[in-house]
Write a protein that binds this ligand. Structure first.
Ligand code: FMN
Length: 220
């Protein structure tokens, strides 16, 4: 698989098979991802990877849990903008449309959002956090590391779904994995597994804005 194929075949997968993910495959991916770039080579990313009993135990705590207050950080500011809100609405229309969930069926929509708590059935959950002292540039570094991992997972035939929604339970999660809430902020989860690509939720068309709306060229 070349890079273009990895980029094109990666999508956020929200239904998985039961197939287990071997530790050596994950270690290989994460070892390669160490070469992701970061400003000043700070390498601000840290993570804990769970499967089996430790993952089940976390999910058992998450299922009855309420979202934490105060929040870990805000990931929804762009919803206040007329430029970005329609993008979220379009994603919802496509995703819930593929699952046959009607627009006004709030209960079914909420139930699917809650499926974030079990990472959509993925057998592996990677929890990604960083020290609180980091600022915007380091958040972007962690994002680059995340994408590097997601692409390397594709090379191994694996799928993933980043889950910032997990940050709504950041303190509970950090308590579960023994990470200090005082020093660390939970960025997101990453569901990992072999995707059930036949499931409609993994098949809807994903839209992107045209290149000319994203990038300007000059001097060519
Ligand atoms: C940092 C980050 C956090 C995300 N958090 C969630 C999440 O909590 N739950 C979810 O279902 N999808 C989540 N997503 C997936 C996005 O919805 C998805 O990337 C976007 O709709 C584009 O679709 P694609 O990844 O399938 O190309 C997240 C993506 C990123 C990059």
């Amino acid at each position: 698989m070349n890079v273009t194929e990895a980029v094109a075949s990666r999508r956020s997968i929200r239904a998985y098979t039961d197939e287990k993910v071997p530790l050596d495959v994950l270690t290989r991916v994460l070892d390669k991802a160490r070469m992701a770039p970061s400003g000043c080579n700070f390498q601000p990313w840290e993570a804990t990877v769970l499967t089996g009993e430790p993952l089940k135990a976390l999910q058992a705590r998450l299922l009855p849990a309420e979202r934490q207050d105060p929040i870990e950080y805000s990931y929804s500011e762009p919803q206040k903008s007329e430029r970005y809100l329609p993008r979220l609405q379009e994603l919802g229309a496509q995703m819930y449309g593929a699952m046959g969930i009607a627009r006004d069926d709030k209960e079914s929509r909420n139930r699917f959002v809650e499926a974030n708590k079990v990472s959509f059935g993925a057998p592996v959950l990677m929890l990604i956090y960083m020290e609180r002292l980091h600022a915007a540039p380091q958040w972007s570094d962690v994002g680059m590391w995340l994408q590097t991992i997601m692409l390397l997972l594709r090379e191994e035939g694996l799928d993933s779904c980043p889950q910032e929604w997990m940050s709504d339970f950041g303190r509970l999660i950090k308590d579960h994995i023994g990470v200090s809430d005082e020093t660390h902020i939970l960025f997101c989860g990453l569901a990992i597994g072999y995707g059930d690509r036949s499931d409609p939720v993994n098949q809807f068309e994903r839209t992107r804005t045209p290149l000319e709306d994203q990038v300007r060229f000059a001097g060519f």
